[in-house]
Design a protein around this ligand. Structure first.
Ligand code: CAO
Length: 241
């Protein structure tokens, strides 16, 4: 702590500690601020029924304890299919903002919480990888991010990002788009909710999605359809594995 770094206005009210911000976090802060300032963000919230997926996943994990699949690789695999129908979510504007560059490959960034702050490794070519390969890569890259950090290259080339807070909690949030991408899918904790089916009350697992999108490129109807489509694809998880 240096005296110069301490705000005298604060210290007059009591003790204050000065904590340096890591270079990685300073860079992340700059990117987030630019993205917030430059992109007209809108966040669409939806809860999707993942009852079948939860049953399937729990059965799979019971039979393959070494694999221990979370919801995340299923989301990435489902996204590959949904992006095929909604290509504008896997695109970026050119420098002058006059053309939209549509990507014919699916590179998904995944926000990872590490002791050094937020890192976003990119799982490249998800369209060519199986769900189990994606799960394996996700485990390796998130462990590496937490233990040693990541090379710059490992965080480049993303087409869309997923930020999952599902293991922690929450019902929705507003993820900030990882520019120059045009969409980011936030995920919070799966919740059991009662639904009335044929006059009978049933409890189902719902996954909350918070999809932030660049309103210069994507309109609200497309965002709502994107989430509905994610629900449909995840409703048949056996075809993703
Ligand atoms: N609902 C309920 N439980 C969930 C869940 C959800 N949506 N998503 C994951 N879980 C559970 C998992 O099933 C797992 O349960 P068990 O311990 O019983 O097996 C547990 O939570 C831990 O999951 P995980 O975090 O290890 O794995 P993941 O694949 O879900 O996520 C990763 C991996 C790297 C994305 C995550 O660890 C992480 O770092 N998340 C934080 C990302 C973040 O900070 N985003 C905010 C960015 S903006 O500041």
């Amino acid at each position: 702590m240096t005296d110069a770094a301490l705000d005298v206005q604060l210290t007059q009210y009591g003790d204050v500690t000065c904590e340096p911000i890591s270079r990685v976090q300073q860079y992340v802060a700059k990117m987030l601020t630019e993205s917030c300032n430059r992109i007209p963000h809108v966040t669409h919230n939806d809860d999707i029924d993942i009852d079948v997926l939860e049953g399937f996943r729990q059965q799979y994990n019971a039979r393959h304890p070494d694999a221990k699949l979370t919801v995340l690789p299923f989301l990435i695999k489902a996204m590959v299919q949904v992006l095929d129908r909604f290509p504008r979510f896997n695109a970026q504007l050119d420098v002058e903002g006059k053309n939209l560059l549509l990507k014919h490959y699916v590179n998904v960034g995944v926000a990872v919480d590490t002791p050094n702050g937020l890192l976003v490794p990119v799982i490249k070519h998800c369209e060519r990888k199986s769900l189990l390969e994606i799960a394996d890569e996700l485990n390796k890259v998130s462990s590496l991010a937490r233990e040693k950090g990541l090379p710059y290259d490992a965080m480049q080339g993303g087409g869309i990002t997923i930020s999952s807070l599902g293991s922690i909690g929450g019902t929705s949030f507003t993820p900030i788009i990882n520019a120059p991408e045009v969409a980011i899918l936030g995920v919070t904790k799966t919740a059991l909710k009662p639904v009335l089916i044929a006059g009978e009350l049933q409890w189902k697992h719902y996954l909350p999605l918070s999809l932030s999108y660049d309103h210069r490129v994507i309109n609200g109807a497309a965002a709502a359809q994107f989430c509905v489509e994610m629900g449909k694809v995840l409703g048949a998880p056996q075809q993703l594995i």
